[in-house]
Write a protein that binds this ligand. Sequence first.
Ligand SMILES: Nc1ncnc2c1ncn2[C@@H]1O[C@H](COP(=O)(O)OP(=O)(O)OP(=O)(O)O)[C@@H](O)[C@H]1O
Ligand SMILES: [Mg+2]
Length: 247
Amino acid sequence: MDLSVTRTATPIVPPPAETRRASAVRLEDVIKVYRESDMETIALRGVDLDVPAGEFVAVMGRSGSGKSTLLNLVAAVDRPTAGRVLLDGIDIARAGDEVRQRLRRGTVGIVFQSQNLVPSLDLVENVCLAAALGGRPLTRAGARDLLGQVDVADRGGHRPDHLSGGEQQRAALACVLAARPRILLADEITGELDTANGALVLHLVREIHRSAGLTVLLVTHDPVVADRADRIVELRDGRIVGDRRSG
Ligand SMILES: Nc1ncnc2c1ncn2[C@@H]1O[C@H](COP(=O)(O)OP(=O)(O)OP(=O)(O)O)[C@@H](O)[C@H]1O
Ligand SMILES: [Mg+2]
């Protein structure tokens, strides 16, 4: 039963009934208010979103529209002020710490534009650590293989501060993929698609989405990147104002 309430300017085209899959990610009337001393910022103003397992969604919207806030809530990094965020049907705000931790480590992987590599470890060690934390231990050879897929195989013995920004970003993606998440959350990781790095990152994410059925929520400002997704969701001032199939 689909209980989602959509508040979109353009109507959602639902997938045919026979292909409809269970929700991987679901937001129900989500409100997020940031409070700092006497300042209040309403970042999300009642967001409803239903992402079936295996769907690739691009999240667009101008700066400050609430994209990163939405991703942080789905990643269980933060809690909504009101409403519910469900991962695989589990309300993550109300789940116990153990369940939240399991979801954070085993189910969702998040890649931010600022990388989350451990500075004192080389890349192979970073990938091995991320894999182990995700409960999917990997050999050094396996880690090297993964680094090869993001085109930094020859940098495996280097620490992150010896790498370029693009290399660090791809290595961070390798770390997230090492834990084999079922849901990938990515915040502006493709950068400029006309750079080799942006294109490679998008290609890799799409490949894993296709081959392993990875659910993807990818924040981007680039319409060319968004067009490669199954669906484009547009945020404006904390509300979903567009939700359409791409292509
Ligand atoms: N920790 C915070 N404390 C207070 N306000 C915040 C916080 N994080 C975000 N905001 C505010 O919430 C709103 C939404 O921010 P968010 O980071 O989600 O935007 P965004 O769509 O990701 O923007 P960008 O494209 O610039 O990354 C903005 O007005 C922002 O200033
Ligand atoms: Mg952001």
